[in-house]
Design a binder for this molecule. Structure first.
Ligand code: GDP
Length: 197
């Protein structure tokens, strides 16, 4: 798939303010600073579509973008920002849970994880929750330019082993670097395949 158009539609403070469910949705989520905004800008080929933030943990809106007039790209709030207060963290969790519960058109949730890190409890817990609720998802390893191929392979193996402790099958996995512009084709092909199914 080539992204021919990507336009901002609206920001929702809660799931009830999201647009009517008329198009397939592909949502992006991850810990603050994982590279979510950079990835959205990279795959849509638009520098400022999502705000690359110098202040992690700030976005708490659900941002909708219409891509190729055919699907919604949904930028969900980042979770797990250590410096956020407990109340703010709970607020994030509630927004995200309500979104996941209510959107029948959610076709795939891309869970972004930093490829440099070993599995983080918060991500693994979140992935387990998705599995328990039958939410379709894929894991996207970000910032792969920051490590060598060998380390990346080791980290992916480590991640896979962790997931296989509680899963019989591994979810789809994708690998991206927004700064070196790698992985968009695979991600967009994945989205295309989901839409065509
Ligand atoms: P968000 O909080 O998840 O939206 O993360 P951002 O997209 O704002 O990125 C957080 C920081 O990581 C910024 O300083 C980005 O420039 C940097 N970053 C994001 N993606 C990449 C990448 O693929 N490679 C490298 N080296 N840095 C990245």
């Amino acid at each position: 798939m080539q992204v021919k158009s990507a336009v901002f539609v609206k920001s929702a403070e809660k799931a009830s303010q999201c647009p009517p469910q008329t198009l397939p949705e592909f949502a992006f989520i991850g810990r603050s600073n994982v590279g979510k905004s950079s990835l959205i800008n990279y795959i849509t080929n638009q520098k400022g579509l999502a705000k690359v933030s110098g202040t992690p943990g700030k976005t708490k809106l659900i941002n909708y973008f219409l891509v190729n007039d055919g699907w919604y790209l949904v930028d969900l709030p980042g979770y797990g920002y250590a410096k956020a207060s407990k109340g703010v963290r709970q607020g994030f969790a509630e927004i995200i849970t309500k979104y996941l519960e209510s959107r029948d058109e959610l076709t795939c949730l891309f869970v972004l994880v930093d490829s440099r890190l070993e599995p983080q409890k918060i991500d693994v817990d979140f992935i387990t929750l998705l599995g328990n609720h039958g939410i379709p998802f894929a894991i996207v390893f970000t910032k792969i330019d920051k490590i060598g191929v060998e380390v990346l392979r080791d980290n992916i193996r480590c991640y896979s082993e962790k997931l296989l402790e509680s899963w019989e099958e591994l979810p789809p996995m994708l690998y991206t670097s927004s700064s070196k512009r790698k992985g968009a084709d695979e991600l967009l092909t994945y989205i295309d395949d989901c839409i065509e199914l």
